[in-house]
Every structure is written in C-alpha cells, then in structure tokens.
Design a protein around this ligand. Structure first.
Ligand SMILES: Nc1ncnc2c1ncn2[C@@H]1O[C@H](COP(=O)(O)OP(=O)(O)OP(=O)(O)O)[C@@H](O)[C@H]1O
Ligand SMILES: [Mg+2]
Length: 274
C-alpha cells in the first residue's frame, strides 16, 4: 500500500505576548508532581466497525494553535512521522527535543547544548530570521534540560515544540511542571505541542485531552489499547495483533508503519501511512 500524504498546514496569527503570564513558570510550587486532569470526553461510538483506509491522507493542522499526540509501540514509526511533519512546517519556527537523535533535515540546525540553541534562535529572531527548525539532541539529557527547554519555549511563544519520548519524564502521576504549563497554557502564547510517547496508558491525561490530532501506531499491550479506546473509540482495536483483539478480529493486520489518525473534532478516524 503506497499512500500519499497531503498536509494542509496553516499558521495561527502571531501572538503578541503579555509577559505577566510568565509568572506561571516561576510559581512557588516546589513539588514536581502536578495533578493530572481526568479525561471526561464521552467514548465515541463509531458509526461503523470497519476502519476506513485512505489512499490520500489529508491532514489539516493549524500551527501555533493545535496540539498533536503520536503514540505506538517501539519501532512503530512515531519519530519518523514526526520528522516528516517537521519537514513540512515551512517558514514556521520549530524546536525539537530529540531524545535519541532521531530527527534530521537538511534545513534544520542541530544543537547539543540548550543555551547555544537559545542564543542562536534569539539572535536570528532579532534579525527577523528566526523561523527555522532547531533540533536539540542534548548531551545532558536530564529532566532539568527538559524543564528548561519547556520554560524557555514558553517565554518566547509562537513556536511548535516537538518532544519525543515524553514518557521518559512524565507519567500519569508525575507531570513536569514546565511541560504541563505549556500543555495547559501554551496556546494563548502561540505554542503548539507535538508530543510522542510509546505508552498511552501511562501518558498524562492532559496530553491526550488537549490534542486536537492523534496518531496511533501499532500497540502490543491490551492495557494501552483499552485506555486509547476510552478516548478514541472502538476502531483502535485494529492497532493490536489480530490474535489479541477483542473487536475487529476479521480486519487484516496493519501493514508496518501505518497509523490510525483521528481529528478529535471529527467522529471517525482513518488508517494511513506517510
Ligand atoms: N513510513 C515509514 N516508511 C519507511 N520506514 C519507516 C516508516 N516509519 C518508520 N520507518 C522506519 O522504521 C524504523 C522505526 O521507526 P521509528 O524510529 O520512527 O519508530 P519509533 O516508533 O519512533 O520507535 P521508538 O519508540 O523506538 O523510538 C526506523 O528505521 C524508520 O526509518
Ligand atoms: Mg522514536
């Protein structure tokens, strides 16, 4: 199956930032644990049980306004998809927290030190040329770096933030404050979050409930599937190997690197590939 990707990327208007909201990043809360909100969306009842497959995948996305979440088992294609998305963001500022050196593009700049990334970004912005792709492959891949990456992006605003392997820092019980702040309060500052995680069941609810676009690749664990079903509907059973499915048992196995995509404002999703 060879599918074609049709991306329609729009950009929300540039946000004029009111720095008083920066106080959020400096709140006095010492604890790194932040209560996650429960997902209370109704389980969508699909109008059909057979997931449609699209030969031409159409994706309408508004940068600086909408969030994307990508999930799936190891080696299912999450980082590859995110890299394809990054390359399609022409003329849009993107920062990538690239945990495992998975991102590349001839037009992107790669940094190993966050301060250096910030310095280059700020100087380019002063010259009016900041709209590039900045990939951070941190030598010091620590929670401290992850926190600072999120805090500095919040201060600047008008950015797409791609963050790979967020399960390394956030769980359902533990949300990193600066990251959570971007998820909950980034939109008015023109921040779009693209988050990637391999375990939907342990991904913070805030992440999924704020994502307008969800891409789910193959999964192996029933617990992950059941959590995703509660959010995306029954169609996601197709993501499990056939012998583990409780529904859609007659549907074929997914081909490698295909995903289930759902625009959360629409009733049904689609199977596709980039
Ligand atoms: N659509 C695709 N077409 C061709 N190759 C792909 C595609 N998607 C992924 N791959 C290849 O499959 C391998 C795994 O993909 P990727 O690294 O994106 O997986 P991942 O889900 O991010 O895995 P991990 O959880 O280990 O980070 C890579 O070698 C990648 O190049
Ligand atoms: Mg990956």
């Amino acid at each position: 199956m060879s599918l074609e990707l049709e991306l329609d990327i729009k950009m929300a208007s540039w946000k004029i930032l009111d720095d008083s909201s920066l106080d959020n990043t400096n709140d006095k809360q010492e604890s790194e644990e932040v209560n996650d909100v429960a997902i209370n969306k109704p389980v969508p009842e699909s109008s059909h049980t057979v997931v449609q497959s699209s030969e031409q995948f159409s994706f309408d996305y508004i940068a600086f306004d909408q969030d994307i979440h990508i999930t799936g088992a190891k080696a299912s294609g999450k980082s590859y998809l995110a890299n394809v998305l990054m390359k399609s963001f022409n003329g849009i500022s993107v920062w990538v927290y690239d945990f495992n050196a998975q991102f590349s593009s001839s037009r992107a700049m790669v940094f190993h030190d966050l301060d250096e990334l910030i310095e280059v970004y700020d100087s380019a912005k002063r010259l009016g040329t900041g709209r590039g792709h900045y990939i951070l492959q941190p030598f010091e891949n620590s929670e401290q770096t992850f926190r600072k990456f999120n805090a500095e992006a919040f201060k600047r605003g008008n950015l797409i933030l791609i963050q790979d392997e967020i399960h390394s820092f956030c769980t359902k019980q533990k949300l990193v404050k600066e990251f959570n702040n971007n998820i909950l309060s980034g939109r008015p500052r023109g921040l779009s979050m693209i988050t990637i995680s391999s375990r939907p069941a342990s991904c913070p609810n805030n992440v999924l409930s704020n994502a307008r676009h969800v891409f789910a690749f193959k999964l192996n664990l029933e617990s992950d599937l059941k959590f995703l079903e509660s959010y995306l509907g029954h169609d996601v059973w197709i993501l499990l190997p056939k012998d583990k499915r409780k529904r859609l048992k007659d549907e074929p196995e997914l081909e490698p690197h295909t995903f289930y995509y759902r625009d959360m404002d629409k009733d049904t999703g689609i199977i596709s590939k980039v």
